[in-house]
Design a protein around this ligand. Structure first.
Ligand SMILES: [Zn+2]
Length: 945
């Protein structure tokens, strides 16, 4: 089979006949789109899972006779492509390698350098389009656009923002944001090289009197002030002495001083002090008003907090370990002229009672995890997490905590912080939950932005509406719903404008650009009209807010709108009709990591702008993509471009291999070795289908009934699983089970030539249709032998109840079991028999079997008594023994093939059995032989001779 030839052929035919172009029609529509890809490279294996799922679902719905629109645009907004070009211009080797792997030549790279981001964005949009077309995605490309580059689309974004602002959802405010000092912009989730999902978190700065200054230490646990024993300083760091807000002198790291400047503090340097100069001196701990000694440590990181740390050894693993290290090596203190004896006075102070721990939780966890020293960073971080979680949620302050004794840790944390701030002994600093790096490769920090524009996602009324929307939206699988609910609950105001990057200027404050994710929340509405805008070459100036208001929100008088916008009324109405017909979006599928941004914002913005009937219908969520069991990463070099997979395996097997690897919320795993078994099934199907025209069989017997019936079973399951996006199970049934049934049938009749042509045609037609959404090219090719037109727009088969024949299935299963049992005995005994004798159980056993089966509710004694009153009693102990053996597995008893049918089917299939078993088969019904005693109605006896 030449996959590439077959794929090219059908792609060309689909294109020529324009079968994926969707227009307004009388029948019901189904609107979906592929997740809009960033144009900073080509699409790769990471895109494959969500994309194939979306296309397969669209194709399935199309075959169910819905008027399907599958759209796709391109995303250029924000930092991704600008960052990539900047890295390229700086000679970043990794970026050059990535571009090349995705299909750019040296000449292309020279063009990127010279012509910049917009050129590169267009370049990649073309490459992506090539890849998706080669994958066979059934897209209506007339509706495509590139965000941030297409001026008409930018007009749409302006309308979106004007609308949100009018509703009070875009507001000015002062908030902490994740800030890139190089780009001078807030860094959204998708503008990050590292740290997606991280957020700002507020630390308390504790102030320790030290001469006429304060040593500052940042903490997330202000309630632990009662357990402080000493201060930690990094001997090698040169700390700054800074004048803060013109009032106090603080000792902090240089990095901290920079952050404070971005957090509304006036910071002026007035000197510096080396860490080692402070060692051995004392400072006064806040709240407990106690002088504590300053000691050296290695874990004080100038980049985190203030670069100094207060020590609470009983409850903080790092502190416990650092003290232990000093005790183990007294020279560490002697180096700085401090007498190690002072350590004897430093006893850990236990201040929190927590279930499951004794006096000093830090000591316990450090020992349990086997921490060696304070440089055992990962283990100490893990210890910190364990204790923090446990103490935060269940800890109670002990008697030695003054007015807070008996209070929960959670409440004390807040109360202590408030009190210390009021007394001037504490302040706050915002930090990141973990490291964030901008796409420009700069390390980010938190900045408090004043009068910045925010989307007011915290708005109670807005959230309420979104929560209501969630009751209307179907989430597949349902287990992803929790993730949405949590995101909605916790979502805070979000900076919505940047200074740099590609994008649409904020219409009322054009010094700012609308941030990246906003361009991907309601763009689906634009697909409905994009075709008309580009076909009619409508200039952006005519796409006024009034035009969009009329199209999308039904506001205003169309004639008046047409007149003031100078847009022909005909086009205005045409766009309105398209929107009204295709909207809302019926299905959107994305990966689970996008729930916390894209997908939730999608619901928020729709709930804000549109009334209920335009809200999203179904949201599908899937897992990550792993490659050969490993996470995808640049360093592993396993981010394989889709074009390479197509080149190697063909589009269809690539599609099939990825979607059959997982379903539900599970992560997909690309395993190249699985392709082989998939391919074999298609080779088999092709060989059968190509042979059908030679099929001459006329018989319509059990084997035919069986095949008909099995395929109806499979079809009804497959239809249901498609609807639930469970493609892994679909493949199990539609490919493996159905070809198994087909193989069985062909071996039953001996060959394709002996098969009943009509039965075989119907069966293969059903199989091909069931597989068409997943492997469209191969199915078109097979369909060309079986039917007319394109299978891609053929009708999904409906289940034919008349063909379901449970008796036929039972009898064929009986026959198959027979063969399996003989093979099993052959294997165990090592005998190569000349004859196989099959002993059918005696009639009385069938009689008893059925009596027991029909009276499962009755006890064994009752049934035995009843049976022994009939003429069955003449077999005596054998009767009783048989009843008892049935009761051992009473719950597993099922309908069985009647005795006469067993004889009939074995006799009819004698030749088949002989050819399968490669020996003479004799069917024994008389029951004189010793072996016959062991025959049961479920399992005839077998003797090899
Ligand atoms: Zn940056």
């Amino acid at each position: 089979m030449d996959f590439h030839k077959i794929e090219k052929k059908w792609q060309a035919r689909w294109k020529k006949k324009k079968i994926f172009e969707a227009y307004i029609e009388k029948r019901k529509k189904f609107f979906t789109s592929l997740v809009i890809p960033y144009v900073n490279g080509n699409i790769h294996i990471g895109h494959s899972f969500t994309y194939v799922r979306t296309d397969a679902y669209a194709r399935f719905k199309r075959m169910q006779k819905l008027n399907v629109l599958l759209a796709q645009g391109f995303h250029a907004t924000g930092e991704p492509i600008l960052g990539a070009i900047e890295r390229l211009r700086n000679g970043d080797e990794a970026q050059i390698a990535t571009f090349k792997a995705f299909g750019a030549t040296d000449r292309d790279l020279a063009d990127f350098r010279k012509k910049g981001a917009e050129f590169a964005a267009r370049f990649w949009s073309k490459k992506i389009r090539e890849s998706v077309e080669r994958m066979g995605f059934s897209i209506d490309f007339r509706r495509s656009f590139i965000t941030a580059i297409d001026p008409a689309f930018s007009r749409f974004i302006e309308w979106q923002y004007n609308t949100l602002r009018k509703k009070g959802y875009v507001v000015q405010g002062t908030h902490p944001v994740i800030w890139c000092p190089h780009c001078q912009s807030p860094t959204g989730d998708h503008d990050r090289l590292k740290g997606e999902g991280e957020s700002p978190i507020e630390f308390t700065i504790l102030k320790f009197r030290f001469k006429d200054m304060y040593i500052c230490a940042a903490t997330l646990r202000p309630e632990t002030v009662f357990g402080q024993t000493n201060m930690w300083v990094n001997p090698d760091v040169e700390y700054l002495i800074v004048l803060v807000d013109g009032k106090e002198k603080w000792i902090v790291s240089k990095e901290c001083a920079e952050k404070l400047k971005d957090q509304l503090k006036k910071v002026k340097a007035s000197g510096s002090i080396k860490g080692n100069e402070m060692i051995g001196q004392h400072c006064t701990a806040p709240m407990i008003d106690k002088d504590i000694i300053i000691l050296p440590s290695k874990f004080c990181d100038p980049k985190i907090g203030t670069g100094l740390v207060t020590s609470v050894p009983s409850h903080a693993p790092f502190d416990w370990q650092a003290l232990t290290d000093l005790k183990n090596d007294p020279t560490e203190l002697e180096k700085y002229g401090v007498d190690p004896k002072i350590l004897e006075g430093l006893k850990p102070i236990s201040i929190i009672k927590v279930d499951g721990f004794g006096e000093h939780p830090a000591e316990e966890v450090v020992e349990k995890l086997g921490v060696r020293n304070q440089e055992d960073f990962e283990k100490l971080k893990e210890a910190l997490r364990i204790i923090y979680k446990k103490e935060h949620h269940t800890g109670i302050m002990k008697e030695n905590c003054g007015e807070y004794a008996g209070m929960s840790v959670e409440a004390t944390k807040i109360a202590v912080k408030e009190k210390l701030i009021k007394e001037g002994l504490a302040d706050t600093i915002w930090e990141l939950t973990d490291e964030v790096v901008c796409r420009c490769t700069t390390l980010n920090h938190v900045k408090i932005l004043e009068n910045q524009w925010f989307l007011k996602y915290s708005d109670a009324a807005w959230k309420k509406r979104v929560k209501y929307a969630m009751t209307k939206i179907k989430i597949i699988p349902d287990e992803a719903r929790n993730n949405f609910d949590n995101t909605i609950e916790w979502l805070k105001d979000k900076a919505c404008a940047r200074k740099t990057g590609l994008g649409t200027p904020l219409p009322w404050d054009p010094a700012w650009i609308v941030e990246t994710l906003s361009d991907s929340t309601v763009y689906m509405a634009y697909y409905t009209i994009a075709r008309i805008i580009s076909k009619e070459k409508i200039p952006p100036s005519k796409l006024t807010d009034a035009v969009f208001d009329y199209i999308f929100l039904n506001k205003g008088n169309p004639k008046a709108v047409a007149k003031t916008s100078k847009l022909p009324l005909r086009l205005l109405n045409e766009m309105k009709r398209e929107f009204e017909y295709f909207y809302p979006m019926d299905f959107r599928n994305s990966a689970k990591e996008l729930v916390q941004n894209h997908l939730t914002f999608y619901i928020f913005q729709h709930a804000a702008i549109w009334p209920e009937r335009y809200w999203p219908k179904i949201i599908g969520v899937n897992g990550f993509v792993n490659v050969e069991g490993e996470k995808m990463s640049k360093s592993k070099g396993n981010i394989i471009p889709l074009k390479d997979l197509i080149e190697q395996y063909g589009a269809d097997l690539t599609r099939l291999n990825i979607v059959s690897s997982a379903e539900g919320i599970d992560d997909a795993d690309w395993r190249a070795e699985n392709i082989k078994s998939l391919r074999q099934r298609y080779d088999f199907l092709f060989s059968v289908i190509k042979g059908i025209k030679k099929s001459k069989g006329k018989k319509l017997g059990n084997a035919e009934f069986y095949l008909n019936s099995r395929l109806q079973d499979i079809l009804s399951l497959v239809t249901e699983y498609y609807d639930h996006l469970r493609f892994r199970t679909v493949v199990q049934h539609a490919l493996f089970d159905s070809t198994n049934a087909l193989k069985w049938y062909i071996s039953r009749v001996g060959s394709v030539k002996n098969a009943n042509r009509r039965v075989l045609e119907n069966a293969t037609r059903t199989i091909v249709k069931m597989l068409a959404p997943l492997t469209p090219h191969l199915c078109e090719e097979m369909w060309s032998y079986l039917g007319k037109g394109f299978v891609s727009i053929g009708e999904w088969p409906s289940t034919d109840k008349k063909l379901i024949n449970k008796n036929a299935e039972m009898q064929e299963d009986f026959l198959r079991q027979m063969i399996d049992d003989v093979e099993q005995i052959k294997k165990i005994s090592g005998i190569k028999p000349k004859t196989v004798k099959i002993f059918i159980a005696q009639p009385w056993k069938f009689q008893i079997y059925n009596t027991v089966l029909r009276n499962k509710g009755k006890g064994v004694n009752e049934i035995t008594k009843e049976i022994m009153q009939t003429d069955m009693r003449k077999y005596g102990n054998a009767t009783i023994g048989f009843i008892q053996s049935l009761y051992k597995k009473i719950n597993e008893l099922q309908e069985i093939v009647p005795r006469n049918k067993q004889i009939e089917i074995l006799t009819e299939a004698k030749h088949f059995l002989e050819s399968e078993l490669q020996c003479v088969v004799s069917i024994e019904t008389a029951g004189e032989h010793e072996k016959a005693k062991y025959s049961t109605p479920q399992k005839p006896g077998i003797l090899l001779e």
